[in-house]
Design a protein around this ligand. Structure first.
Ligand code: NAD
Length: 501
């Protein structure tokens, strides 16, 4: 029996094929356990279960306030098992102890609590102003669940990403099939246990692990799915959008980023230096919002870089489970190869390597996938390391002349997920307003809130997650038009059936 089974129609089970795969601890390269490897057949069975659960109304027809109670019970179940979940995320995803506790598990609890609060309000109809056109009427909007959701998540924040999608789908009244990333299947399975214990009815949430092509594809193409909620790379996002189009599914895409941190010449330098390092190296840069491009004014450039390089000495790269580590490993050998490939390319294209640039193996790190915090200067906007998402601890420093130049460089990639501006508030806000990004932090970086919308401009995505905007992505808006005068005499149906008086 595998250690991390599929969860379909309220039952834990193996894949129909009996296939399993090993999931590894990226700090040590050692196996954590085996996970059931779902194929298209398992995905289809999970979709059928979610379809039946949606259509018979066992969840969708419940009042939002009832659903809220179950979501609050999930939050409590997560809190009760927080230590176990954090330890598992540390082993499976290479989350440092602090990240696993505060972000992976802490935010997951917060997201379920917040979605419980929003679920309690979702049934309240939205009354529009009285209208006299085309005839006097009262008008009301209702937000009804969109149906069955196919959700696909990446490996960088496995529990949190699953929580973002499941909590919103449940709050809206949808049913869902979620596929975890093949690198990190563990905590989603534990979440399934917590959901069942909290009273989520059978079939409402189904969780499978398996590869993208095949298993994930089934979620995107099966006619039983009404909406696809995908978080992952822009390349796969494109494929998902195309594959979902024959059945015209609603699609939300949370994709990659090449996020700029713009430092203005009136910035608090101590704050901006810490912020730049945190933005670039948190979770080894394996975050869609990583501030992987640092834009410095000519006048500040040299001093800022020197002080930033000194600040790197406080970053402790080491095994994720060691409390002293502030930066853990990359998730896999494949990700390690990708990141080292970009570092080589940066040097070939003429950027100057000022820090890091190599795999770390000393001190018992040789079996894990560790890369030193890496800083390139003399990066020009057209270089690959200034244009493509690396998803590793690699910071590209670019110079700018004036505010217009900074805005032009910051907006000069196909991405538009997030950005940061460091400077005096009024000036920083002026620059922030000109940046093409779904979230811009001013004198802050990388903070998400379950009540504020998050998502990408340009090729960083479609739609939003979190808050009302995110919740409404899991609904269909129904307009109810109530005629103020229901008499035949009042109707003016273009003289077709009612003779002109
Ligand atoms: P990925 O796109 O390779 O995979 C993401 C998920 O999609 C995985 O579960 C994978 O199995 C699945 N998949 C792959 N091919 C598929 C296909 N053809 N059909 C259906 N499913 C398929 O991304 P990754 O390497 O796991 O994660 C890193 C990426 O995720 C980065 O680009 C990062 O920016 C992005 N990301 C975005 C956000 C956001 O909110 N915008 C958050 C986290 C990560």
């Amino acid at each position: 029996m595998s250690d991390f089974q599929l969860f379909i129609d309220g039952q834990f089970c193996e894949a129909a094929s009996g296939e399993t795969f090993s999931t590894l601890d990226p700090s040590t390269g050692e196996p954590i356990g085996t996970a059931a490897k779902a194929g298209a057949e398992d995905a289809a069975r999970a979709i059928d279960a979610a379809r039946a659960a949606f259509d018979d109304g066992r969840w969708s027809q419940r009042r939002g306030s009832d659903r809220a109670k179950v979501l609050a019970a999930v939050a409590k179940g997560l809190k009760d098992r927080a230590v176990e979940l954090a330890a598992l995320e540390t082993r499976d995803a290479g989350s440092t102890v602090a990240k696993a506790k505060g972000v992976d598990v802490g935010n997951t609890i917060l997201w379920f609590k917040t979605m419980a609060e929003l679920a309690a309000q979702i049934d309240q109809p939205e009354t529009l102003p009285l209208s006299v056109f085309p005839t006097p009427s009262a008008n009301v909007l209702r937000h009804e669940p969109v149906g069955v959701v196919g959700a696909i998540v990446p490996w960088n924040f496995p529990l949190q990403m699953a929580a973002w999608k499941i909590s919103a789908a449940l709050a809206a009244g949808c049913t869902i099939v979620l596929k975890s990333a093949p690198e990190t299947p563990c905590t989603a399975t534990k979440l399934a246990e917590i959901l069942a214990e909290a009273g989520v009815p059978d079939g409402v949430v189904n969780i499978i692990s398996g590869s993208g092509p095949g298993t994930g594809e089934e979620l995107v193409t099966n006619p039983g799915v009404d909406k696809v909620s995908f978080t992952g790379s822009t390349d796969v996002g494109r494929q998902i959008m195309a594959a979902a189009s024959p059945t015209l599914k609603k699609v939300t895409l949370e994709l990659g980023g090449k996020n700029a941190q713009v430092v203005l010449d009136d910035a608090d330098l101590e704050l901006a230096i810490d912020g730049a390092a945190y933005g670039a190296f948190f979770h080894s840069g394996q975050q869609c919002t990583a501030g992987s491009r640092l834009l410095l004014p000519d006048a500040l450039h040299d001093e800022f870089v020197e002080r930033l390089l000194e600040r790197l000495s406080v970053i402790r790269v080491g095994p994720a489970a060691d409390k002293a580590s502030t930066m853990g490993p990359l998730v896999s050998q494949q990700q390690l190869d990708t990141v080292l490939g970009y570092i080589e390319l940066g040097q070939k294209e003429g950027a100057t390597l000022r820090a890091g640039g190599q795999r770390l193996t000393e001190g018992g790190l040789d079996a894990g996938y560790f890369v030193a915090p890496t800083v390139f200067t003399d990066v020009t906007p057209d270089m690959t390391i200034a244009q493509e998402e690396i998803f590793g601890p690699v910071l590209s420093v670019l110079r700018y002349d004036d505010e217009d130049d900074a805005v032009r460089i910051a907006n000069g990639t196909p991405y538009g997920l997030a950005a940061g501006v460091w400077g005096s508030p009024a000036r920083a806000l002026r620059v922030a307003e000109r940046l093409q990004a779904g979230t811009v932090w001013v004198n802050e970086y990388n903070l998400l809130n379950p009540r504020y919308p998050f998502g990408g401009f340009k090729q960083s995505g479609l739609g939003r997650e979190h808050g009302w905007a995110g919740l409404l992505e899991y609904t269909e808006t129904k307009h109810l038009h109530l005629a103020a005068d229901a008499s035949r005499a009042s109707k003016r149906w273009f003289d077709m059936t009612v003779p002109r008086r």
